[in-house]
Design a protein around this ligand. Structure first.
Ligand SMILES: *Cc1c(COP(=O)(O)O)cnc(C)c1O
Length: 378
């Protein structure tokens, strides 16, 4: 056996042995999905599909080049203008994905003297961005503001201090205390970067996100990142901030400069879905009604659900093997949930990650809770 093949084979054998083997699953059509981040049901939105058919003749299928060469398009500019207004910032840049936004931003804005303060449960793309950056990193315990403040106070530097956090944590669904974080960032002259992946379209007036939810005005020291692939139901991502920041990123961000710009078709879909997401409060209302129903029924069924005010709800199963077994049993009975295991979550905290969307019907939620109860306790 070649050393390459041996390496691949023994890595996967090990993954299987510890219950962490991963597969991409094609979920059958008739299975009800309780794992998607498509919180407002916009990824299959008929009116956007119709509009796309109407305009497809006018849209190029690809962008053809990096945004700095000739890949920047009118539709991307419109999308960026919309997002800047929506997020109440001076400016915005649309990039390939949330992953590319985080790795590119953190790398671009840091110098070796800088210190990045990062919540322990931040998304993997933030962790990778920190790895690519030249700065020193300090990880603080999840939501531990005292520890964060101590770090900010004790660590003197001639460079910048940067606090980075998910605003809604992707595997727990809890919300970062942005009032306190904004206060600390001002007190210690730190930049505050918030990753709005799961908040955009869900929290705040018109789904504007977590700053709006906490009634905080965007300021020049706050950077908002978000993805267009979750509640927006499309693909791509954005960074919103001052015009100075966006001009800087156009010049320095490697995941903007050295990659092809998003397709105009994709940007068209993002813009149409964003307009609907902003105007249509009924979807958000239905989403939170569905969450309430799920919580009510699961409580009645004796299921311990962790809930923090967002559509991400979890049931701790602790053991990775057990988690996968439960997911598979649920799938057999027609429901799909995420089996989340390390390294996505800490060791010993494997869980079923359940997401509720505005498209679930009362009946689907009722049947899901009955089945969940059977699988957990049966
Ligand atoms: C999903 C997610 C990302 C990545 O966004 P993509 O557009 O899917 O690459 C980044 N940060 C957080 C917090 C996420 O949940």
């Amino acid at each position: 056996m070649s050393s390459f093949k041996r390496f691949l084979d023994s890595s996967l054998t090990q993954q299987k042995h510890i219950g962490l083997y991963r597969e991409r699953i094609l979920i059958p059509e008739d299975v009800i999905d309780f794992s998607s981040n498509d919180y407002l049901g916009l990824k299959d939105n008929p009116s956007t599909k119709q509009k796309l058919c109407q305009f497809i003749e006018k849209l190029s299928l690809g962008s053809g080049a990096s945004a700095l060469i000739s890949g920047y398009t009118q539709i991307q500019r419109e999308l960026e203008d919309f997002l800047a207004k929506f997020k109440e910032t001076e400016s915005c840049i649309v990039v390939g994905s949330g992953y590319m936004a985080n790795i590119g931003l953190l790398q671009a804005i840091t110098e070796p003297e800088d210190i990045i303060f990062s919540d322990q449960l931040n998304h993997a793309s933030i962790i990778d961005g920190i790895r690519l950056s030249k700065a020193k990193k300090i990880i603080y315990n999840h939501l531990d503001l005292n520890q964060l403040e101590e770090g900010l106070r004790k660590n003197k530097t001639s460079g910048k201090k940067i606090i980075v956090t998910d605003s809604v944590f992707s595997m727990d669904g809890d919300i970062a205390p942005l009032k306190e974080l904004t206060y600390l960032s001002e007190k210690y002259d730190a930049v505050l970067i918030i990753d709005e992946a799961h908040a955009t379209g869900v929290l705040g007036k018109e789904g504007k996100g977590t700053l709006n939810y906490f009634n905080i005005k965007p300021s020049e020291n706050i950077v908002q990142i978000g993805t267009l692939s979750k509640a927006v139901g499309s693909y791509g991502a954005f960074i919103c901030g001052t015009k100075l920041l966006i001009d800087f990123l156009v010049n320095k961000m490697r995941s903007v400069i050295f990659t092809t710009a998003l397709s105009p078709v994709q940007n068209f879909i993002s813009l149409e879905n964003l307009k609907i997401l902003k105007e249509d409060s009924i979807r958000r209302k239905k989403l939170f009604e569905n969450i309430e129903l799920f919580l009510f029924l699961s409580k009645k069924a004796g299921i311990q659900v962790r809930f923090y005010g967002t559509p991400i709800l979890t049931v701790l199963t602790y053991d990775p093997f057990k988690t996968v077994l439960m997911r598979d049993k649920l799938l057999e009975k027609g429901f799909y949930v995420g089996a989340v295991r390390p390294p996505t979550v800490p060791e010993g905290l494997s869980r079923l990650r359940i997401t509720i969307t505005s498209k679930h019907t009362d009946e689907q939620i009722q049947n899901f809770v009955i089945t969940l109860k059977e699988v957990l306790f049966g």
